[in-house]
Design a binder for this molecule. Sequence first.
Ligand code: ADP
Ligand code: ADP
Ligand code: MG
Length: 711
Amino acid sequence: MLFTGPSSDVLSSERRPLFDKILIANRGEIACRVIRTAKKLGIKTVAVYSEVDRNALHVLQADEAYCIGPAPSSESYLRVDKIIEICHRTGAQAVHPGYGFLSENAGFAQRLSDEGITFIGPSPTSIRSMGSKSESKDIMISAGVPCVPGYHGSEQSIEKLVEEAEQIGFPVLIKAVMGGGGKGMRIVHNASELPDALESAKREAIKSFGDDRVLVEKYIIRPRHVEVQVFGDQHGNVVSLWERDCSVQRRHQKIIEEAPAPGLSTELRSDLCSKAVAAAKAVNYLGAGTVEFILDNDTDKFYFMEMNTRLQVEHPVTEMITGQDLVQWQLEVAVGNSLPLKQTEIPMLGHSFEARIYAENPRNNFLPDVGPLLHVSTPTTSPSVRLEEGFRQGHDVEVFYDPLIAKLVVHGRDRTEALRILRKALEEYHIVGVSTNVEFLRTLAGNGQFIEGNVETGFIQKYHDDLFPSHPAPSPETLAQAALHVVLRENQVGSGPYSPWTSLGPLRFGGDVYERIITFKSEQGSTATHPAVHVKFVRPGVFDIEVSDPANTSRTEFRSVTTSRLSSSALASTFDGRRLRSTIVSEKPPATGLTGEEKLHVFHEHSGERTTLVIPAPAWLQARSSALQEAQSQGGIRAPMPSLVVDVRVEIGQTIEAGQAVVVLESMKTETVLRAAVAGVVRSINCKKGEMVEEGRELVLIEAEEDADGK
Ligand code: ADP
Ligand code: ADP
Ligand code: MG
């Protein structure tokens, strides 16, 4: 890691001691991140956790840990009373809130201060003024910081908002005044779309933030998201630690961030940073904060968007280019010490990227996924490769919380070098169990436009086809490795150490020829192919292999392939003199699965190539399950991902229209409304409000209209 030691300023005699013990009111990677700095400084740590997080990494890493309630955050991580009680019980002098949860909750900061506990963050007043997107805009305008043109007044009637939107000129963006996390935002292209968009933005806003006030802003067509890291102390000093670019987003949420922002002129940078410092000074800011700007690619003008009064997810890229530990800075200013560095002493070295590793499926609209981390192998860390992990192999990604698994942070002397390091590290990152965006991130980091630094918030839509190439056909070597894995595994399991494939001398075979054909299923684009691999035993550890793919009538023969198992999941083989090391991880079907197939994930060590192959279920089982699925699929509405049922909007026997909302699901901050594909009658409902449902479960069965009429 790039953390330097404390500066001479910090060691000066007036320096106040840091805390002896702090409580971390968070989970996942950010809780682990805070614990790391606390350990470095000899500060004891107290973790809190919910019932499902009993074995979570932050619980293991902290000196003490206390369960504060059931899984839903409203009953655990958001329980102010419980957290305060644990502070008193353990003697924790301060609370680090991380990000999310209570980090921007002014009431929490106030309660702590009333109890004589330090909130490691800004004052309740600054949180309150910055928490409101409209109040913060007022403050910024009077501090001379440019804001996106728009209306952020208190009158909320539809007529008024329509009038203001027309004044601003379409397209406009509706935002929840108390919004965050990309929620409560709607783009509106013309006046006729406005009433519907308003209604749904307000509905989401009241549900998420308990407040349905909205503001209307000019929608910038080709913007970049550029934000400035600021820091303030109790002596009135505020500095900026330069900017970050976080333009590449999905659902208005960041996926990859970098510092410094590519292609920014020195003048523009100093203008942005000084406006951010002015913004922070306007609210007497204390601690770490981020001033977010939207930068119009077409005009190079920038506008204030919002200020986040916390340590941001992407703070590590700033740490990498400045060599500072921002959590340590937070602790220093929280006890009343001056900022560790003056503005002129803050370095900007090289370039850094952060890739957020999410449990989600980019090819399915980035919908979040949950489940076990069956296999995790991570890149080797070094001064230029840093990993912020919240989960390890064997842990579960839960439906209740943010789907962020880890952050991969790299540093290079320049942007090109940093990207090269990022690509290599992503090649070495393998997760099996939940779907992740690792492969997507790797494609992104290798995308020509991204490499050029041509970023904008619409990047993913704009380059969609390049970012989602169809899966290439698996190479013959990949198929051969997978087949060897299966064959060696079968024989090891079958006959233990006496497996004929690896351990017996040829004499024991008595002239028999052992061979086996394995047929795989491989998805290519929307079609499946069924390549077959014929493995023939030659002598222990040596095989002849023939790979054929009926889809393209190709056939490859490998003679005398030598192979050895390095572990239960790693295999090294030599094909025609080329040595290939692969990790092969089996994903067993879920117990409830109907298909009985097995998924094999194959990763090649040097190329980073990753392939998923399916070993189909036996034919009899396939026939049974397809009949079953057929019977269920007519008008059935299924859960597209593991989720919580927020609402069931229909009743048995009810007649419904096509397109009518049937069930509302929520999975990790994302709400999905499932609608009827056909008009008809609700025949059965297999879920209830508040229940967790697994992916693929049929939630509601609708009998289509024609059938209902008996036609
Ligand atoms: P950043 O720190 O860059 O703003 P995000 O916008 O992804 O990152 O938000 C940081 C984290 O804060 C999220 O990962 C989430 O845990 C939490 N968070 C932010 N806004 C909300 C919200 N409205 N509801 C729930 N969680 C939120
Ligand atoms: P949140 O509090 O949910 O993070 P922000 O106001 O920070 O909300 O906006 C989130 C994202 O939405 C930004 O990063 C940007 O991509 C996009 N965005 C926000 N305001 C505008 C705007 N006026 N025009 C275009 N895109 C915008
Ligand atoms: Mg934001």
